[in-house]
Design a protein. Structure first.
Length: 509
Protein backbone atom coordinates (compact mmCIF):
# COMPACT_ATOMS: atom_id res chain seq x y z
CA UNK A 1 0.00 0.00 0.00
CA UNK A 2 1.28 3.42 -0.95
CA UNK A 3 0.52 6.45 1.24
CA UNK A 4 1.19 9.98 -0.01
CA UNK A 5 0.16 13.42 1.27
CA UNK A 6 -1.35 15.99 -1.06
CA UNK A 7 -2.34 19.48 0.03
CA UNK A 8 -5.66 20.42 -1.53
CA UNK A 9 -6.85 23.57 0.19
CA UNK A 10 -8.19 26.78 -1.31
CA UNK A 11 -5.20 27.56 -3.51
CA UNK A 12 -6.87 29.72 -6.16
CA UNK A 13 -4.42 28.49 -8.80
CA UNK A 14 -5.99 25.05 -8.52
CA UNK A 15 -9.60 26.15 -8.73
CA UNK A 16 -12.09 26.66 -11.50
CA UNK A 17 -15.85 27.04 -11.60
CA UNK A 18 -17.80 24.00 -12.80
CA UNK A 19 -21.09 23.87 -14.68
CA UNK A 20 -23.05 23.56 -11.45
CA UNK A 21 -23.85 26.71 -9.52
CA UNK A 22 -21.78 27.69 -6.47
CA UNK A 23 -19.25 24.89 -6.96
CA UNK A 24 -15.48 24.77 -7.25
CA UNK A 25 -13.08 22.04 -8.38
CA UNK A 26 -9.67 21.48 -6.78
CA UNK A 27 -6.50 20.00 -8.24
CA UNK A 28 -6.48 16.33 -9.26
CA UNK A 29 -5.35 13.35 -7.20
CA UNK A 30 -3.43 10.79 -9.29
CA UNK A 31 -2.54 7.14 -8.81
CA UNK A 32 0.72 6.08 -10.40
CA UNK A 33 0.40 2.31 -10.56
CA UNK A 34 -2.45 1.62 -12.90
CA UNK A 35 -3.45 -1.87 -13.95
CA UNK A 36 -0.03 -2.77 -15.34
CA UNK A 37 1.76 -2.30 -12.02
CA UNK A 38 -0.93 -3.62 -9.71
CA UNK A 39 -1.57 -7.27 -8.96
CA UNK A 40 -4.98 -8.66 -8.13
CA UNK A 41 -5.81 -7.72 -4.55
CA UNK A 42 -3.33 -4.83 -4.37
CA UNK A 43 -4.41 -1.46 -2.96
CA UNK A 44 -3.11 2.07 -3.25
CA UNK A 45 -4.05 5.03 -1.08
CA UNK A 46 -3.66 8.78 -1.29
CA UNK A 47 -4.34 11.23 1.50
CA UNK A 48 -5.61 14.70 0.73
CA UNK A 49 -5.77 17.52 3.25
CA UNK A 50 -7.23 20.98 2.91
CA UNK A 51 -9.02 23.85 4.59
CA UNK A 52 -12.34 25.36 3.55
CA UNK A 53 -12.93 28.93 4.74
CA UNK A 54 -16.18 30.50 5.88
CA UNK A 55 -18.15 31.43 2.80
CA UNK A 56 -17.07 28.35 0.84
CA UNK A 57 -19.17 27.42 -2.19
CA UNK A 58 -21.96 24.91 -1.72
CA UNK A 59 -19.96 22.10 -3.33
CA UNK A 60 -16.24 21.49 -3.66
CA UNK A 61 -15.06 18.72 -5.99
CA UNK A 62 -11.86 16.74 -5.59
CA UNK A 63 -10.97 15.06 -8.93
CA UNK A 64 -9.44 11.58 -8.71
CA UNK A 65 -7.71 10.08 -11.74
CA UNK A 66 -8.78 6.43 -11.67
CA UNK A 67 -6.66 4.08 -13.82
CA UNK A 68 -7.93 0.91 -15.47
CA UNK A 69 -8.11 -2.36 -13.58
CA UNK A 70 -9.70 -0.92 -10.43
CA UNK A 71 -12.09 -3.21 -8.59
CA UNK A 72 -13.04 -0.98 -5.66
CA UNK A 73 -13.18 2.77 -5.04
CA UNK A 74 -13.09 3.64 -1.34
CA UNK A 75 -13.03 6.95 0.54
CA UNK A 76 -12.73 7.77 4.25
CA UNK A 77 -12.85 11.30 5.58
CA UNK A 78 -12.57 13.34 8.74
CA UNK A 79 -12.83 17.03 9.55
CA UNK A 80 -12.31 19.20 12.61
CA UNK A 81 -15.08 20.43 14.88
CA UNK A 82 -13.70 23.38 16.84
CA UNK A 83 -15.61 25.08 19.63
CA UNK A 84 -17.67 28.07 18.51
CA UNK A 85 -19.50 30.82 20.39
CA UNK A 86 -23.16 30.30 21.28
CA UNK A 87 -25.34 31.08 18.28
CA UNK A 88 -22.51 30.46 15.78
CA UNK A 89 -22.57 27.50 13.42
CA UNK A 90 -19.86 24.88 13.74
CA UNK A 91 -18.45 22.65 11.02
CA UNK A 92 -20.53 20.12 9.10
CA UNK A 93 -19.21 18.52 5.91
CA UNK A 94 -21.28 16.31 3.59
CA UNK A 95 -19.80 13.89 1.06
CA UNK A 96 -20.70 12.01 -2.12
CA UNK A 97 -19.11 10.97 -5.41
CA UNK A 98 -19.52 11.23 -9.19
CA UNK A 99 -17.86 8.85 -11.65
CA UNK A 100 -16.09 9.35 -14.98
CA UNK A 101 -19.26 10.78 -16.55
CA UNK A 102 -18.63 14.02 -14.68
CA UNK A 103 -20.35 16.38 -12.27
CA UNK A 104 -22.69 18.07 -14.74
CA UNK A 105 -26.06 19.17 -13.39
CA UNK A 106 -28.58 16.40 -13.99
CA UNK A 107 -26.43 13.72 -12.39
CA UNK A 108 -25.29 11.51 -15.28
CA UNK A 109 -22.16 10.76 -13.28
CA UNK A 110 -23.88 10.39 -9.91
CA UNK A 111 -22.72 7.35 -7.92
CA UNK A 112 -23.81 8.16 -4.39
CA UNK A 113 -24.35 10.55 -1.52
CA UNK A 114 -24.29 10.01 2.24
CA UNK A 115 -24.34 13.63 3.36
CA UNK A 116 -22.95 13.72 6.88
CA UNK A 117 -24.30 10.29 7.86
CA UNK A 118 -21.09 8.28 7.22
CA UNK A 119 -17.34 8.73 7.53
CA UNK A 120 -16.45 6.34 4.69
CA UNK A 121 -17.90 4.59 1.67
CA UNK A 122 -16.95 2.09 -1.03
CA UNK A 123 -18.18 1.25 -4.51
CA UNK A 124 -17.68 -2.06 -6.32
CA UNK A 125 -19.47 -3.70 -9.22
CA UNK A 126 -21.22 -6.15 -6.91
CA UNK A 127 -21.87 -3.97 -3.86
CA UNK A 128 -21.70 -0.47 -2.38
CA UNK A 129 -22.17 1.35 0.89
CA UNK A 130 -25.85 2.27 1.49
CA UNK A 131 -26.47 5.57 -0.28
CA UNK A 132 -24.15 4.62 -3.15
CA UNK A 133 -24.74 2.78 -6.42
CA UNK A 134 -22.94 -0.49 -7.14
CA UNK A 135 -21.42 -0.87 -10.57
CA UNK A 136 -18.07 -1.11 -12.35
CA UNK A 137 -15.29 1.31 -11.40
CA UNK A 138 -14.33 2.51 -14.86
CA UNK A 139 -11.15 4.42 -15.65
CA UNK A 140 -11.40 8.19 -15.90
CA UNK A 141 -11.73 11.25 -13.70
CA UNK A 142 -13.98 10.65 -10.72
CA UNK A 143 -14.97 13.49 -8.39
CA UNK A 144 -15.42 13.33 -4.64
CA UNK A 145 -18.12 15.88 -3.82
CA UNK A 146 -17.67 17.78 -0.56
CA UNK A 147 -20.63 19.78 0.72
CA UNK A 148 -19.62 22.29 3.42
CA UNK A 149 -23.08 22.53 4.98
CA UNK A 150 -21.79 24.94 7.65
CA UNK A 151 -18.28 26.30 8.27
CA UNK A 152 -17.08 27.72 11.59
CA UNK A 153 -15.26 31.07 11.82
CA UNK A 154 -11.99 29.11 12.20
CA UNK A 155 -12.53 27.36 8.86
CA UNK A 156 -13.00 23.65 8.18
CA UNK A 157 -9.93 21.42 8.00
CA UNK A 158 -10.57 18.09 6.28
CA UNK A 159 -8.68 14.95 5.39
CA UNK A 160 -9.61 12.46 2.68
CA UNK A 161 -8.10 9.01 2.30
CA UNK A 162 -8.78 7.57 -1.14
CA UNK A 163 -8.06 3.87 -1.65
CA UNK A 164 -8.19 1.99 -4.94
CA UNK A 165 -8.35 -1.80 -4.88
CA UNK A 166 -7.22 -3.63 -8.01
CA UNK A 167 -8.52 -6.87 -9.45
CA UNK A 168 -11.31 -8.44 -11.41
CA UNK A 169 -14.71 -6.84 -10.76
CA UNK A 170 -17.56 -8.91 -9.39
CA UNK A 171 -20.87 -9.36 -11.15
CA UNK A 172 -23.18 -6.35 -11.02
CA UNK A 173 -26.55 -7.13 -9.38
CA UNK A 174 -29.70 -6.95 -11.45
CA UNK A 175 -32.09 -4.51 -9.75
CA UNK A 176 -35.56 -5.71 -8.82
CA UNK A 177 -38.15 -3.10 -7.84
CA UNK A 178 -41.42 -3.28 -5.89
CA UNK A 179 -44.64 -3.62 -7.92
CA UNK A 180 -46.83 -0.60 -8.65
CA UNK A 181 -49.96 -2.32 -7.39
CA UNK A 182 -51.06 -3.94 -4.14
CA UNK A 183 -54.25 -5.91 -3.57
CA UNK A 184 -56.35 -2.97 -2.43
CA UNK A 185 -60.06 -2.71 -1.64
CA UNK A 186 -61.32 -0.92 -4.74
CA UNK A 187 -62.38 2.70 -4.21
CA UNK A 188 -61.62 3.35 -0.56
CA UNK A 189 -59.64 5.45 1.90
CA UNK A 190 -55.99 4.37 2.02
CA UNK A 191 -53.46 5.44 4.62
CA UNK A 192 -49.88 6.34 3.77
CA UNK A 193 -46.63 7.93 4.93
CA UNK A 194 -44.66 9.40 2.05
CA UNK A 195 -41.58 10.84 3.81
CA UNK A 196 -39.33 8.21 5.41
CA UNK A 197 -35.59 7.61 5.79
CA UNK A 198 -33.73 4.31 6.01
CA UNK A 199 -30.04 3.55 6.39
CA UNK A 200 -29.71 4.34 2.68
CA UNK A 201 -29.38 8.00 3.73
CA UNK A 202 -29.32 9.35 7.29
CA UNK A 203 -31.89 6.99 8.82
CA UNK A 204 -31.00 4.13 11.14
CA UNK A 205 -33.66 1.63 10.15
CA UNK A 206 -33.55 -1.03 7.46
CA UNK A 207 -36.28 -1.23 4.81
CA UNK A 208 -37.56 -4.37 6.57
CA UNK A 209 -37.86 -2.53 9.88
CA UNK A 210 -39.67 0.40 8.25
CA UNK A 211 -42.09 -1.91 6.44
CA UNK A 212 -42.91 -3.70 9.69
CA UNK A 213 -43.54 -0.37 11.45
CA UNK A 214 -45.68 0.82 8.54
CA UNK A 215 -47.88 -2.26 8.78
CA UNK A 216 -48.17 -1.83 12.56
CA UNK A 217 -49.24 1.81 11.99
CA UNK A 218 -52.09 0.66 9.75
CA UNK A 219 -50.54 2.04 6.56
CA UNK A 220 -51.48 0.84 3.11
CA UNK A 221 -48.68 2.65 1.25
CA UNK A 222 -45.33 4.33 1.86
CA UNK A 223 -42.88 6.32 -0.29
CA UNK A 224 -39.08 6.03 -0.03
CA UNK A 225 -37.45 9.45 0.27
CA UNK A 226 -33.72 9.25 0.95
CA UNK A 227 -31.74 12.47 0.90
CA UNK A 228 -30.23 13.08 -2.56
CA UNK A 229 -29.95 9.45 -3.60
CA UNK A 230 -32.10 6.78 -5.21
CA UNK A 231 -29.81 3.94 -4.10
CA UNK A 232 -32.52 2.32 -1.95
CA UNK A 233 -34.91 1.69 -4.85
CA UNK A 234 -33.83 -1.94 -5.55
CA UNK A 235 -33.93 -2.84 -1.85
CA UNK A 236 -37.67 -2.52 -1.28
CA UNK A 237 -39.08 -5.26 -3.49
CA UNK A 238 -39.02 -7.90 -0.75
CA UNK A 239 -40.79 -5.55 1.69
CA UNK A 240 -43.81 -4.81 -0.51
CA UNK A 241 -46.82 -7.10 -0.52
CA UNK A 242 -50.54 -7.33 -1.14
CA UNK A 243 -51.06 -5.29 2.02
CA UNK A 244 -48.36 -2.63 1.45
CA UNK A 245 -47.70 -0.58 -1.67
CA UNK A 246 -44.13 0.80 -1.77
CA UNK A 247 -43.68 3.90 -3.91
CA UNK A 248 -40.18 5.06 -4.86
CA UNK A 249 -38.83 8.58 -4.63
CA UNK A 250 -36.21 10.89 -3.17
CA UNK A 251 -35.98 13.83 -0.80
CA UNK A 252 -34.29 16.42 -2.98
CA UNK A 253 -32.30 18.30 -0.34
CA UNK A 254 -31.20 21.68 -1.66
CA UNK A 255 -29.72 24.63 0.26
CA UNK A 256 -33.05 26.47 -0.10
CA UNK A 257 -35.48 23.79 0.97
CA UNK A 258 -36.36 20.12 0.58
CA UNK A 259 -38.86 18.57 -1.82
CA UNK A 260 -40.21 15.01 -1.82
CA UNK A 261 -40.27 13.38 -5.24
CA UNK A 262 -43.25 11.09 -4.63
CA UNK A 263 -43.71 7.93 -6.66
CA UNK A 264 -41.14 8.32 -9.44
CA UNK A 265 -40.13 5.57 -11.84
CA UNK A 266 -37.61 3.10 -10.38
CA UNK A 267 -34.03 4.33 -10.64
CA UNK A 268 -34.96 8.02 -11.03
CA UNK A 269 -32.33 10.41 -9.67
CA UNK A 270 -33.20 14.09 -9.13
CA UNK A 271 -30.35 16.58 -8.77
CA UNK A 272 -30.26 18.93 -5.81
CA UNK A 273 -27.27 21.20 -6.56
CA UNK A 274 -28.97 24.58 -7.01
CA UNK A 275 -30.53 27.39 -5.02
CA UNK A 276 -33.66 29.44 -5.65
CA UNK A 277 -31.57 32.26 -7.13
CA UNK A 278 -30.27 29.88 -9.83
CA UNK A 279 -33.74 29.53 -11.42
CA UNK A 280 -33.27 25.80 -11.97
CA UNK A 281 -35.91 24.24 -9.76
CA UNK A 282 -38.55 24.30 -12.49
CA UNK A 283 -36.38 22.07 -14.66
CA UNK A 284 -36.14 19.40 -11.96
CA UNK A 285 -39.78 19.71 -10.94
CA UNK A 286 -40.67 18.90 -14.54
CA UNK A 287 -38.19 16.02 -14.44
CA UNK A 288 -39.99 14.58 -11.39
CA UNK A 289 -43.29 14.73 -13.27
CA UNK A 290 -41.82 13.22 -16.44
CA UNK A 291 -40.65 10.36 -14.25
CA UNK A 292 -44.20 9.82 -13.03
CA UNK A 293 -43.80 11.51 -9.65
CA UNK A 294 -45.43 14.28 -7.64
CA UNK A 295 -43.61 17.42 -6.48
CA UNK A 296 -44.20 17.91 -2.74
CA UNK A 297 -42.26 20.63 -0.86
CA UNK A 298 -41.44 19.26 2.61
CA UNK A 299 -41.60 20.99 6.01
CA UNK A 300 -41.66 24.45 4.35
CA UNK A 301 -41.18 26.40 7.61
CA UNK A 302 -38.61 24.14 9.30
CA UNK A 303 -35.90 26.08 11.11
CA UNK A 304 -32.88 23.90 10.30
CA UNK A 305 -30.31 25.49 7.98
CA UNK A 306 -31.33 25.10 4.35
CA UNK A 307 -34.68 23.49 5.26
CA UNK A 308 -37.10 26.41 4.81
CA UNK A 309 -38.78 26.39 1.39
CA UNK A 310 -37.78 29.31 -0.86
CA UNK A 311 -38.72 28.16 -4.37
CA UNK A 312 -42.38 29.12 -4.26
CA UNK A 313 -45.27 26.76 -4.88
CA UNK A 314 -45.95 27.30 -8.59
CA UNK A 315 -44.45 23.89 -9.46
CA UNK A 316 -45.88 21.96 -6.51
CA UNK A 317 -48.50 19.21 -6.74
CA UNK A 318 -49.08 19.20 -2.97
CA UNK A 319 -47.33 20.55 0.12
CA UNK A 320 -46.31 18.79 3.31
CA UNK A 321 -48.01 20.89 5.99
CA UNK A 322 -47.56 18.49 8.94
CA UNK A 323 -44.14 16.87 9.44
CA UNK A 324 -43.65 14.47 12.37
CA UNK A 325 -44.92 15.34 15.87
CA UNK A 326 -46.90 18.58 15.67
CA UNK A 327 -44.81 21.69 16.42
CA UNK A 328 -45.07 25.48 15.99
CA UNK A 329 -43.36 25.03 12.59
CA UNK A 330 -46.33 22.94 11.47
CA UNK A 331 -48.79 25.50 12.84
CA UNK A 332 -47.10 28.15 10.71
CA UNK A 333 -47.11 25.86 7.68
CA UNK A 334 -50.82 25.19 8.16
CA UNK A 335 -51.63 28.90 8.34
CA UNK A 336 -49.48 29.68 5.30
CA UNK A 337 -51.16 26.91 3.33
CA UNK A 338 -54.58 28.21 4.30
CA UNK A 339 -53.56 31.59 2.87
CA UNK A 340 -52.91 29.88 -0.49
CA UNK A 341 -56.49 28.60 -0.43
CA UNK A 342 -57.78 32.14 -0.01
CA UNK A 343 -55.63 33.28 -2.93
CA UNK A 344 -56.90 30.44 -5.14
CA UNK A 345 -60.50 31.51 -4.43
CA UNK A 346 -59.75 35.17 -5.07
CA UNK A 347 -57.94 34.46 -8.33
CA UNK A 348 -60.22 31.59 -9.41
CA UNK A 349 -57.30 29.24 -10.00
CA UNK A 350 -56.24 25.76 -9.00
CA UNK A 351 -55.57 25.16 -5.32
CA UNK A 352 -52.69 23.36 -3.63
CA UNK A 353 -53.58 20.25 -1.59
CA UNK A 354 -51.91 19.56 1.76
CA UNK A 355 -50.56 16.32 3.19
CA UNK A 356 -48.71 15.09 6.27
CA UNK A 357 -45.83 12.64 6.75
CA UNK A 358 -43.65 11.39 9.59
CA UNK A 359 -40.15 12.13 8.24
CA UNK A 360 -39.13 9.26 10.54
CA UNK A 361 -35.40 8.52 10.72
CA UNK A 362 -34.78 6.37 13.79
CA UNK A 363 -36.25 5.34 17.14
CA UNK A 364 -38.24 6.89 18.73
CA UNK A 365 -39.54 8.52 15.50
CA UNK A 366 -42.98 7.02 14.85
CA UNK A 367 -43.73 5.83 11.33
CA UNK A 368 -47.23 7.00 10.44
CA UNK A 369 -47.23 10.06 12.73
CA UNK A 370 -48.88 11.70 10.91
CA UNK A 371 -50.37 9.82 7.96
CA UNK A 372 -52.22 10.99 4.88
CA UNK A 373 -55.54 9.23 4.26
CA UNK A 374 -56.36 9.26 0.54
CA UNK A 375 -59.56 8.42 -1.31
CA UNK A 376 -58.32 6.40 -4.28
CA UNK A 377 -59.89 4.08 -6.82
CA UNK A 378 -57.44 1.31 -5.95
CA UNK A 379 -54.15 0.67 -4.16
CA UNK A 380 -51.89 1.50 -7.09
CA UNK A 381 -49.23 4.12 -7.63
CA UNK A 382 -51.33 6.01 -10.17
CA UNK A 383 -54.54 5.93 -8.14
CA UNK A 384 -52.86 7.09 -4.92
CA UNK A 385 -51.12 9.91 -6.78
CA UNK A 386 -54.41 10.94 -8.39
CA UNK A 387 -56.03 11.17 -4.95
CA UNK A 388 -53.19 13.24 -3.50
CA UNK A 389 -53.08 15.55 -6.52
CA UNK A 390 -56.85 16.10 -6.34
CA UNK A 391 -56.76 16.79 -2.59
CA UNK A 392 -59.15 13.93 -1.83
CA UNK A 393 -57.41 13.38 1.49
CA UNK A 394 -57.10 14.23 5.14
CA UNK A 395 -54.22 13.96 7.60
CA UNK A 396 -54.47 12.07 10.90
CA UNK A 397 -52.08 11.52 13.77
CA UNK A 398 -52.64 7.75 13.76
CA UNK A 399 -54.71 4.88 12.40
CA UNK A 400 -57.15 5.43 15.26
CA UNK A 401 -58.50 8.68 13.79
CA UNK A 402 -61.07 8.45 10.99
CA UNK A 403 -63.08 11.27 9.44
CA UNK A 404 -66.04 11.62 7.08
CA UNK A 405 -66.50 15.20 5.88
CA UNK A 406 -69.25 16.32 3.48
CA UNK A 407 -71.27 19.30 2.33
CA UNK A 408 -74.83 19.05 0.98
CA UNK A 409 -77.24 21.49 -0.63
CA UNK A 410 -81.01 21.78 -0.35
CA UNK A 411 -81.69 19.61 -3.40
CA UNK A 412 -79.40 16.75 -2.45
CA UNK A 413 -76.26 18.18 -4.03
CA UNK A 414 -73.24 16.58 -2.40
CA UNK A 415 -69.47 17.12 -2.20
CA UNK A 416 -66.67 15.53 -0.22
CA UNK A 417 -63.09 16.41 0.68
CA UNK A 418 -61.24 18.03 -2.21
CA UNK A 419 -64.45 18.56 -4.19
CA UNK A 420 -66.72 21.50 -5.01
CA UNK A 421 -70.39 21.83 -4.08
CA UNK A 422 -71.72 23.75 -7.05
CA UNK A 423 -74.74 25.65 -5.76
CA UNK A 424 -75.84 29.29 -5.92
CA UNK A 425 -74.26 31.82 -3.58
CA UNK A 426 -77.22 32.10 -1.22
CA UNK A 427 -78.10 28.39 -1.15
CA UNK A 428 -78.13 26.94 2.38
CA UNK A 429 -75.39 24.35 2.79
CA UNK A 430 -75.03 21.78 5.56
CA UNK A 431 -71.48 20.80 6.49
CA UNK A 432 -71.17 17.52 8.38
CA UNK A 433 -68.13 15.96 10.07
CA UNK A 434 -68.20 12.46 11.54
CA UNK A 435 -65.27 11.56 13.78
CA UNK A 436 -63.96 8.42 15.46
CA UNK A 437 -60.80 7.90 17.48
CA UNK A 438 -60.31 11.47 18.78
CA UNK A 439 -61.17 11.54 22.50
CA UNK A 440 -61.68 15.02 24.02
CA UNK A 441 -60.66 16.71 20.77
CA UNK A 442 -62.34 19.93 19.63
CA UNK A 443 -63.61 20.39 16.08
CA UNK A 444 -62.87 23.67 14.32
CA UNK A 445 -64.33 24.56 10.93
CA UNK A 446 -62.09 26.96 9.03
CA UNK A 447 -63.14 29.07 6.04
CA UNK A 448 -61.69 31.89 3.97
CA UNK A 449 -62.83 34.18 6.82
CA UNK A 450 -61.04 32.10 9.44
CA UNK A 451 -62.46 29.86 12.18
CA UNK A 452 -66.26 30.18 12.07
CA UNK A 453 -67.23 27.23 14.23
CA UNK A 454 -65.71 25.55 17.30
CA UNK A 455 -67.35 22.55 18.95
CA UNK A 456 -67.36 21.39 22.52
CA UNK A 457 -64.81 18.63 23.21
CA UNK A 458 -65.77 15.22 21.89
CA UNK A 459 -66.56 12.57 24.50
CA UNK A 460 -63.87 10.33 25.95
CA UNK A 461 -65.03 7.59 23.57
CA UNK A 462 -63.64 9.79 20.78
CA UNK A 463 -66.62 9.58 18.43
CA UNK A 464 -69.02 12.32 17.47
CA UNK A 465 -70.81 14.20 14.71
CA UNK A 466 -70.78 17.94 14.09
CA UNK A 467 -73.08 19.86 11.73
CA UNK A 468 -72.82 23.48 10.68
CA UNK A 469 -74.92 25.50 8.26
CA UNK A 470 -73.65 28.22 5.98
CA UNK A 471 -73.87 29.55 2.40
CA UNK A 472 -71.26 29.91 -0.36
CA UNK A 473 -71.63 33.69 -0.02
CA UNK A 474 -70.48 33.42 3.59
CA UNK A 475 -67.84 30.69 3.19
CA UNK A 476 -66.04 30.07 -0.10
CA UNK A 477 -64.56 26.89 1.31
CA UNK A 478 -64.63 24.98 4.57
CA UNK A 479 -62.12 22.59 6.03
CA UNK A 480 -62.07 20.76 9.36
CA UNK A 481 -59.46 20.58 12.12
CA UNK A 482 -59.43 18.32 15.18
CA UNK A 483 -57.44 19.82 18.03
CA UNK A 484 -56.30 18.27 21.28
CA UNK A 485 -57.25 20.02 24.48
CA UNK A 486 -54.97 22.85 25.60
CA UNK A 487 -54.56 24.79 28.82
CA UNK A 488 -53.38 27.94 27.05
CA UNK A 489 -56.71 29.65 26.57
CA UNK A 490 -57.15 30.89 23.02
CA UNK A 491 -54.02 29.11 21.77
CA UNK A 492 -55.13 26.08 19.71
CA UNK A 493 -54.04 22.64 20.80
CA UNK A 494 -51.92 20.33 18.69
CA UNK A 495 -53.61 18.79 15.68
CA UNK A 496 -55.12 15.35 15.83
CA UNK A 497 -56.31 15.60 12.21
CA UNK A 498 -57.23 18.06 9.48
CA UNK A 499 -58.89 17.84 6.10
CA UNK A 500 -58.32 19.38 2.73
CA UNK A 501 -61.15 21.81 1.90
CA UNK A 502 -64.55 21.45 0.35
CA UNK A 503 -65.23 24.42 -1.94
CA UNK A 504 -68.72 25.96 -1.95
CA UNK A 505 -70.45 27.68 -4.85
CA UNK A 506 -70.03 27.82 -8.62
CA UNK A 507 -66.36 28.20 -9.53
CA UNK A 508 -67.02 31.23 -11.75
CA UNK A 509 -69.32 33.19 -9.49
Amino acid sequence: MCDDDHGNGFDRRALFVTGAAAALTLGSVSFASGAEAAADGDQESRTVRGVLPTGSPDYVYVPVEVPSGVREFKVAYTYDRPSVPVGTQGNALDIGVFDQHGTGLGGRGFRGWSGGARTEFFIRADDATPGYLPGPVHAGTWHIALGPYTVSPQGLSYELTITLGYGEPGAAPRPVYPPERAKGRGRDWYRGDCHLHSWYSDGRRTPAEIAALARAAGLDFINTSEHNTHSSHPHWASEAGDDLLVLLGEEVTTRNGHVVALGTEPGTFVDWRYRARDNRFGRFAREIRRSGGLVVPAHPHATCIGCAWKFGFGEADAVEVWNGPYTPDDELALASWDATLVASVRENREWLPAMGNSDAHRAPDAVGLPQTVVLADDLTREAIQDGIRAGRSYVAESKNVSLAFTATGTKGEHAGIGERLEVAAETPVTVRLEVTGAPRCTVRLVTDQGVLFTSDPLPVAGAGTVEWRTTPAYAAYVRAELRHETAAGVVPGALAAFTNPIFLGDAGQ
